[in-house]
Design a protein around this ligand. Structure first.
Ligand code: DGT
Ligand code: CA
Ligand code: CA
Ligand code: ZN
Length: 589
């Protein structure tokens, strides 16, 4: 079991204990351990197997939890969790997927109203019964009703791209160890860099499909074979994800990769373009129409025009190769025809990271550790942006503590510059909070001394559209605010965006020269691709930042870059591809 799986198991145990009204300290112990494990770089198995160390050295892990970790590592399961799952009605799991419904609230609903399904909960909200339960009220009832629709949507059970990517990389490594695999690539929504991924698709170039499929079935993460045909198979992989694998001949590899990368809608358009040229495209290649290819699933190679590479396939219909991130049937075919496809921004273009936290607030690593990690990643500048004082949960900085941190940063920059050209410049930043009643949580005279100000909205997320929008626009109009952080507040699969007039926000950003963020955190990816594309169109510059809460968090930049690519952004659209001098020129002050 991976660290993430063990952490998730402990979270589940905590939820179920809490549901049962279990001891609060016991519940907290599981949550703390989950947090520690989630934040670890090395695997729990490595720690356990190191004779010089013990699992109980980990923060929040005592002998009891160490033993449970051992059981999970050895058996992949935990009897305690199985028992809890048996003791708790199935509906509880369903209800806890509704944003805002934790174990305690779910228990009240089940015990007092006898709720036994999402539909029953929906009906109870409509009938006004939920508002009558102690601690709920009309507002909560309305919020639950809205969130039920969110929880019911099957889209919200999909893996985050980052989670899918971890599995894809494991599959690739395992399959590349098979001598009969000439080439294997991931396809589908993973390759297109979608925010979330439903199932995983792979295309293999091989003459021996039996050996290739056997190899996937022999993977120790494969828990079930769902389908086995002559050249295709589907299995159940880690985290219950379905893995679809196709084996094709060498001359068809490009066509198959193109076909199974999709999107389906993109492929439909490509096929219609082909038809206009007297061609037909399928997963085996591009063929001349009227040949035996038509209506035949596996036509003879005589009519084959292209198929070995994706470039050949697109070339056969007169198009340049289209980056997978753009294959969503928007404008990409038209742009490809005109030769105006954007030169998409790449990870290597990013020179700075302008949103991150340290141990001064809710980060896990110190200022010095974050700076060292940023240097190691080749960044030229970063901004340290801990929370302002409103975020009491994270020990947000008041004026005094902030000025002290900025002194530290001044000294750090000096010592970095001592040996000549400094490897990195650290900007004195802050993530200010937009207050519920308007205004920011630190005064302008303080913000005036900052190099970089991120303004974010964390509180009062359920306010009506006009109020939320006004708060954000007020922040945009503040001359000290450089960028709006995670502008819509959504968390994938967890929490819908707040109700904000994003067009008005983009217009205000364009008017004032304020940047808008693509937050690269895989849960956030906020702005989304549509909003980011709209911002670009309005002339707003985007900043891609990690919002890292640890040194590892800095690695999430690639998720933000994928999001930007899907929005069609080029390096010039992204402010932090500039040199620091260039960035400063773009800033509104
Ligand atoms: P997902 O898995 O829901 O995140 O999204 P995709 O795009 O990976 O969709 P998936 O796995 O159903 O199919 C992979 C690709 O196969 C899809 O993007 C396009 C291609 N494809 C082409 N024609 C068809 C078709 O008729 N049915 C399906 N299911 N896929 C097709
Ligand atoms: Ca898929
Ligand atoms: Ca699939
Ligand atoms: Zn932040």
């Amino acid at each position: 079991m991976t660290n993430a799986e063990i952490a998730a198991t402990f979270e589940q145990v905590a939820d179920l204990l809490e549901y049962q009204g279990g001891n609060v300290f016991r519940v907290r112990a599981y949550r703390n351990a989950a947090r520690t494990i989630d934040g670890m770089v090395e695997s729990l198995a490595a720690v356990r197997d190191d004779s010089g160390r013990s699992l109980t050295d980990l923060e929040g892990v005592g002998s009891d939890l160490a033993e449970k970790i051992g059981t999970l590592l050895d058996t992949g399961g935990l009897p305690l969790l199985t028992d809890l799952q048996k003791a708790v009605p199935a509906v509880v799991f369903q209800l806890m997927r509704v944003p805002g419904l934790g174990p305690k609230k779910v228990k009240l609903l089940v015990d007092q109203l006898g709720i036994d399904s999402l539909d029953a909960l929906e009906k109870a909200c409509r009938d006004g019964q939920v508002a009558g339960v102690k601690g709920f009220g009309a507002k909560t009832q309305a919020a639950i009703l809205g969130n039920i629709a969110f929880a019911k949507d099957p889209e919200h059970a999909r893996l985050l791209w980052q989670e899918a990517d971890a599995i894809v990389q494991d599959v690739l490594v395992w399959m590349r160890g098979c001598p009969q695999v000439r080439r294997i690539e991931g396809a589908g929504s993973w390759r297109r860099g979608r925010e979330t991924v439903g199932d995983l698709d792979f295309v293999v170039d091989s003459d021996d499909s039996v050996a290739v499929m056997d190899r996937l079935h022999a993977w120790n993460e494969t828990s079930a074979v769902l389908l086995r045909g002559e050249t295709k198979t589907s299995v159940r992989g880690p985290r219950g994800v379905q893995i679809d694998l196709r084996v094709v001949e060498h001359d068809s590899f490009g066509a198959a990769l193109q076909y199974f990368t999709g999107s389906k809608e993109h492929n439909v358009r490509l096929r219609s373009l082909a038809r206009d040229r007297g061609l037909t495209i399928n997963e085996y290649g591009v063929f001349t129409l009227g040949s035996e290819a038509e209506g035949d699933t596996k036509p003879s190679k005589r009519a084959l025009v292209a198929g070995a590479t994706e470039q050949d396939v697109y070339g056969a219909v007169g198009l340049p190769w289209v980056p997978p991130e753009l294959r969503e049937a928007r404008d990409e075919i038209k742009e490809a025809e005109r030769g105006t496809l954007p030169a998409l921004v790449e990870l290597a273009d990013l020179r700075g990271d302008l949103h991150m936290h340290t141990t001064a607030t809710d980060g896990e690593d110190t200022l010095a550790e974050m700076v060292r990690a940023a240097i190691a990643r080749g960044l030229h500048y970063i901004a340290i942006t801990d929370h302002g004082q409103r975020v009491t949960m994270a020990r947000g900085l008041d004026k005094g503590r902030l000025l002290k941190q900025w002194d530290d940063i001044d000294r750090l920059n000096e010592s970095l510059a001592e040996e000549g050209s400094p490897p990195i410049v650290v900007l004195k930043g802050i993530e200010v909070d937009m207050l519920e009643k308007g205004g920011l949580d630190l005064p302008d005279d303080v913000l005036g001394k900052a190099d970089w100000v991120v303004a974010s909205l964390h509180y009062g997320q359920n306010q009506p559209r006009e109020q939320i929008t006004a708060r954000i626009i007020e922040a945009i109009e503040n001359p000290h605010v450089s960028v709006i952080g995670h502008p819509t507040g959504r968390l994938l699969n967890r929490r819908p965006p707040y109700d904000v007039d994003i067009e008005a926000v983009i217009a205000a950003a364009a008017r004032t020269g304020t940047f808008l963020e693509i937050n690269a955190n895989p849960w956030r990816l906020d702005l989304n691709e549509h909003h980011a594309a709209a911002a670009k169109k309005a002339g707003v510059k985007i900043v891609i930042s990690t919002d890292a809460h640890s040194t590892r968090g800095l690695d999430m930049m690639r998720c933000g870059v994928l999001q930007a690519r899907r929005a069609g952004l080029e390096a010039s659209d992204v402010a932090n591809t500039r040199t620091l001098a260039g960035l400063r020129k773009l800033m509104k002050r």
